[in-house]
Design a protein around this ligand. Structure first.
Ligand code: HEC
Length: 223
């Protein structure tokens, strides 16, 4: 008797399940029913769109006075020649000199951002100078070999004369890397100028040189 009742109950249960399956048919055209959607459908404002939540009616608000972006470092100098000298006395390149990885990175930064004006070897004969840009002074024989690292950093951060600042394009690290690379170019030139007949030794070619512009002449070759 109990078995009979049990079968009846199971049959009813089966009927209910079948009915439920048939009635809750899925319509792929309609989104599913959301239980507690939380903030899934929060309205987003476009940066340039109107916004009544702010007094000036804009979505894009200026940063509060005195704040800087996370990871940003301000050097805090004025864009004047006097402050360039002061930066030279106060700032030192935190990047270890002669580190192959740093020089390779500096070479890339130089090739992308500087070579078009200063030339692939720093002689002030970049492609842009052949198309109307006034040629910059040579980085090898001009004033820059005598400038301290901090002054080069000041030039890259605040510009100098007709050279625009690079603070928007290059991070602080990238600016130090390119300073290290310029220094490396300068010392290499001094060495090869001192002994112009010196021949290239094979052990000079690997690591940093692998990432240098291909048109850099071998040491001792005077272009
Ligand atoms: C658009 C061309 C241009 C680009 C790009 C450029 N420079 Fe210059 N640079 C100049 C000019 C022009 C001067 C001379 C400015 C002056 O004193 O009037 C100069 C000056 C300099 C000086 C000072 C040289 C001296 O003897 O006074 C340094 C150092 C320097 N640049 C480094 C760099 C580095 C490093 C980069 C790449 C991150 C770079 N420049 C990118 C045009 C450029």
């Amino acid at each position: 008797m109990t078995l009979y009742r049990c079968n009846i109950a199971l049959a009813i249960l089966l009927a209910v399940v079948l009915l439920a399956t048939w009635s809750i048919s899925v319509d792929p055209q309609r989104p599913n029913w959301d239980f507690l959607p939380d903030m899934q459908y929060s309205p987003a404002y476009e940066a340039m769109s109107k916004n009544d939540n702010f007094a000036d009616g804009r979505t894009w608000q200026a940063s509060p006075e005195g704040t800087i972006a996370r990871g940003e470092t301000r050097l805090g100098y004025a864009a004047t020649p006097a402050d360039a000298i002061r930066a030279g006395e106060e700032l030192t390149n935190p990047i270890p000199a002669g580190d192959a990885a740093v020089l390779a990175r500096g070479a890339t930064v130089y090739r992308v951002n500087c070579a078009m004006c200063h030339g692939p070897q720093g002689q002030g004969d970049g492609e842009a100078t052949k198309r109307g840009v006034p040629p910059p002074p040579s980085l090898l024989t001009g004033k820059s070999p005598q400038m301290k690292d901090g002054q080069l950093m000041h030039i890259l951060t605040y510009g100098q004369g007709s050279m625009a600042p690079f603070v928007a394009q290059l991070s602080l690290d990238e600016r130090w890397q390119v300073v290290a690379y310029v220094r490396d170019m300068q010392t290499k030139t001094v060495t090869s100028a001192a002994s112009p007949n010196e021949t290239t030794t094979p052990d000079e070619s690997p690591s940093p040189a692998a990432d240098l512009p291909t048109d850099v002449p071998a040491a001792g070759e005077t272009p």
